[in-house]
Design a protein around this ligand. Structure first.
Ligand SMILES: [Zn+2]
Length: 139
């Protein structure tokens, strides 16, 4: 997968830059990538600023084995394994949080929102319900 997903998101952003060397992408998550990109475009329109991507898709082995080994907190139920979430350094204001909830509502998907001192996790996932957490509490 190369090139643009939507106007402002590219496939290389989906290939997790944190997962050095893991260029694998599972096509079963293709629709999640398209949907998340569309939703993020709407959020981008709201903030009026680019949404940078620190982490998007994480292969199972990278998320469940490599990251914990490196000392990163992660969840075996992470949305990143489904390519349905990003970590970004945009400011987790109340406005951004509420906008993400309303976008997810309109798409009829549950939201996942993580608030960190370095930015936030923005995702969606149907089967776990709505989730919101801070860096002190991992699901
Ligand atoms: Zn995340």
């Amino acid at each position: 997968m190369v090139g643009k997903i939507t106007d402002n998101f590219n496939w290389y952003e989906c290939y997790n830059s944190n997962a050095n060397g893991y260029k694998y992408f599972d096509l079963q998550f293709y629709d999640n990538v398209l949907q998340l990109s569309k939703m993020l475009e709407e959020l981008r329109e709201y903030t009026g600023e680019p949404i940078n991507v620190h982490s998007w898709y994480r292969p199972v082995y990278y998320n469940d084995v490599v990251m914990p080994r490196k000392g990163y907190h992660t969840s075996t139920r992470s949305d990143h394994k489904l390519a349905s979430a990003i970590d970004t350094s945009i400011n987790p204001t109340v406005g951004v949080i509420n906008k993400w909830k309303s976008i997810c509502n309109r798409y009829e998907v549950s939201y996942s929102i993580g608030v960190y001192d370095w930015g936030m996790h923005l995702g969606f996932r149907n089967d776990l319900g709505n989730r919101q957490w801070t860096q002190d509490w991992y699901k």
